[in-house]
Design a binder for this molecule. Structure first.
Ligand code: ADP
Length: 295
């Protein structure tokens, strides 16, 4: 079984379902409210575990009730949380508004995630056992960089989702094997709106990139190879929260199993398409048999 370590965030998602997102100064009456375990790190960990990976998570939950539930969710999806710290204080929270078209807008308050500024004893030993280290930008960048450098030292593939979008340092790019932005993050990183041109610019900094394009699928580009796109499945989107994280988790599993890149991308697209047809983050992620059946 392919071994994956996730160094990333855990957040409790506080989700309001509304007809349309409120503009500044506007109050909108929501249809429904839910608390759903999420955070880009935890989402990728749950997605990878359900997709059949052997997954461990490094990060922190808070000492509040949300923290207990966040850890329990990871454990119940089969994620090893032995090195997931409990930090004194509140857990991370994400305040999410989902509109009737399945679009979302999000405010993240880091909470316990902010305490993860460096690797802790044991983290590097765990990373060294993995095929792939999955990283995002919801932890302090100092820890993200330390994790990626540790992975590089041990020949572990690093997959970085550059979200929330922010400038990346040359040090972090130098230890990134696969950069996995969505089209908005790719545009923010490069200043180029066209995904093909953005991918070309990113390849000057990393050897391989996948830009996800929402309902338009994904674009793969690697140095010295012709780029290609993989279409998304035609499905009715209910809630696109965590589509990218589901894609990332499933892709890591498929690549770790040594499957060819086009096949791995098609399989990750099938997983993400299942995710967007259901509400929530971890609640919406598919298990391997469903992905195999849909792929
Ligand atoms: P993020 O969730 O990070 O914004 P995207 O919106 O680009 O990422 O979605 C990631 C992947 O999820 C896409 O490449 C696609 O395969 C799948 N996906 C997203 N939205 C849809 C949709 N409406 N229908 C089918 N698949 C989708």
């Amino acid at each position: 079984m392919t071994a994956i370590v996730v160094l990333g965030s855990t957040n409790m998602d506080l989700v309001a379902y509304v007809p349309h997102a409120p503009k500044r100064g506007e109050t909108v009456t929501g249809r429904e409210f839910r608390t759903i375990p999420g955070g880009k790190g935890a989402n990728q960990a749950v997605a990878a575990a359900r997709a059949g990976g052997d997954v461990a998570m490094i990060g922190a939950v808070g000492s509040d009730e949300f923290g207990t539930r966040l850890r329990r969710t990871l454990v119940s999806s089969g994620v090893d949380t032995d090195l997931l710290r409990t930090a004194e204080g509140p857990s991370g929270t994400a305040h999410i508004v989902v509109d009737d078209e399945g679009g979302n807008s999000i405010v993240v308050v880091p909470g316990a995630n902010g305490s993860v500024t460096a690797l802790a004893p044991g983290d590097e030993t765990l990373i060294a056992t993995a095929d792939t280290l999955l990283l995002q930008l919801e932890l302090p960048l100092s820890a993200v960089l330390e994790g990626a450098e540790a992975a590089r030292r041990h020949g572990v593939r690093t997959v970085l989702t550059p979200a929330p979008a922010q400038p990346l340092t040359p040090e972090l790019l130098a230890v990134t094997d696969l950069l996995l932005p969505n089209e908005h993050e790719a545009a923010a990183l490069t200043g180029i709106a066209d995904p093909h041109a953005a991918a070309e610019a990113l390849l000057r900094q990393v050897p391989e990139t996948v830009i996800t394009l929402g309902a338009a699928g994904s674009l793969y580009a690697a140095r010295g190879e012709a780029p290609f796109t993989v279409p998304a499945r035609r499905v009715a989107a209910v809630d696109t929260t965590a589509a990218g994280d589901t894609f990332a988790g499933a892709l890591a599993v498929a690549l770790g199993e040594g499957r060819p890149v086009p096949e791995a991308l098609a399989w990750a697209s099938a997983a993400a398409a299942l995710c967007v047809q259901r509400a929530g983050a971890s609640t919406s992620m598919p298990y391997r048999p469903e992905i195999d059946e849909a792929a």
